[in-house]
Design a binder for this molecule. Structure first.
Ligand SMILES: [Zn+2]
Ligand SMILES: [Zn+2]
Length: 227
């Protein structure tokens, strides 16, 4: 009985390829070596890949409400598979693996924030899915950076339809004023998200945090679809 419970909690097979060689936190060494992290210079603000170090033209002309966005990799290949499994198939065992990847990226580039939190789901979606994947990653990341997760900092006040399949304009309208924030006055805030797609969620969440007095807003995500 005990050994069965142990096995299901800490599977010895890789959750991606089912291999059994050198599996750590659900993912084997060979699959780990296939992860392509974002290399080369990225914009210091929006995280977009650019040719030279610095800030991209778009961020200079039109400064976004956040101070920085950092993503581990692109939303493709192996990591896309892992994130989709994590998001929709309750493979929550991936949370340690994903948090470890974020920490490896952060340790070179950021100092710990005053407040660590995550992009919230609307309560109705939370009930349907049973968990918030970004909250799970944040909780694991918390152990690495030594800052505890603050719940209730951000709230999703409207249940917006899924962003998938919406036109760009509709996506923007869809998320307008969908978030509220509190308890962040004068604090630097780090927000965990799983995938950054258009960046509208990051924009709207950051606006809410800045309105509530946050001094600095950093977004960290596993992956991004935008270049
Ligand atoms: Zn594997
Ligand atoms: Zn930029």
């Amino acid at each position: 009985m005990f050994s069965f419970a142990r096995r299901s909690l800490f599977p010895s097979r890789c959750l991606v390829c089912s291999g059994q060689e050198l599996v750590r936190q659900g993912v084997c060494e060979q699959c780990r070596s296939r992860i392509q992290t974002i290399g080369g210079p990225v914009c210091e603000v929006c995280g977009k890949m650019i040719g030279t170090p610095g800030i991209c033209l778009e961020c200079i002309l039109n400064p976004p409400p956040y101070d920085r966005v950092l993503s581990v990799c692109r939303f493709e290949g192996l990591m896309r598979e892992v994130i989709l499994k994590f998001k929709y198939r309750k493979s929550t065992v991936f949370k340690k693996f994903l948090a470890e990847l974020i920490f490896a990226m952060l340790s070179e580039r950021e100092t710990p924030p005053d407040i660590l939190t995550f992009v919230p789901l609307h309560w109705s979606r939370m009930i349907r899915r049973g968990y918030n994947q970004s909250a799970l990653i944040a909780r694991e990341l918390s152990g690495y950076i030594g800052v505890s997760v603050r719940y209730g900092v951000l709230r999703k006040t409207r249940n917006t339809p899924s962003q998938v399949g919406l036109e760009r304009k509709d996506r923007e309208r869809n998320l307008k004023s969908a978030f509220s924030a509190r308890g962040v006055e004068g604090k630097s805030v780090m927000v965990v998200d799983d995938v950054i797609t258009t960046g509208h969620t990051a924009q709207e969440v950051s606006k809410a945090l800045k309105r509530a007095g946050a001094s600095r807003v950093i977004f960290v995500s596993i992956a991004r679809t935008v270049s």
